[in-house]
Ligand binder design. Structure first.
Ligand code: THU
Length: 132
């Protein structure tokens, strides 16, 4: 499958739209994540908190759920927003993203695309697991 062209503006818009669905009454930090899938789809997710505070569901988790519900696929590029700013995914979510995009998945960081190999170096498991 040819890698689709990355429309970063469309990803930013999808992440901003996803923020409007956030359930974040405890932190008031509304997060939206959006990704381009290798088949050209754009998927998104929002954070969903609960009264335990610690067991919050990050926006990236919801987005990965959407990926599987939509038939799966590999992530090509990801953008996340928290309130008014672009944010980078937390450690747990970097692991999730790594498993669904591998080392070449691009994350937007301070307006620049950076590969997962930089954002989660020496990751477990090695990316050879994802080949084939
Ligand atoms: N959050 C995300 O949704 N994604 C991240 O990568 C980091 C943090 C959420 C979790 C919680 O609902 C809020 O941001 C404050 O930490």
């Amino acid at each position: 499958m040819a890698t689709p062209k990355i429309d970063w503006d469309a990803l930013r818009s999808a992440a901003r739209e996803a923020q409007s669905h956030a359930y974040a009454p405890y932190s008031n930090f509304r997060v939206g994540a959006a990704a381009l899938v290798d088949d050209g789809r754009i998927i998104a997710g929002c954070n969903v908190e609960n009264a335990s505070y610690g067991m919050t569901l990050c926006a990236e988790c919801a987005m990965i759920g959407a990926l599987h519900m939509g038939g799966g696929g590999r992530l090509v590029a990801v953008v996340c927003f928290g309130n008014d700013n672009a944010v980078t995914p937390c450690g747990r979510c970097r692991q999730l993203l790594w498993e669904h995009g591998g080392p070449n998945l691009l994350l937007e960081v301070n307006g620049e695309p950076r590969p997962m190999s930089e954002m989660l170096p020496v990751a477990f498991p090695e990316h050879s697991v994802f080949e084939n």
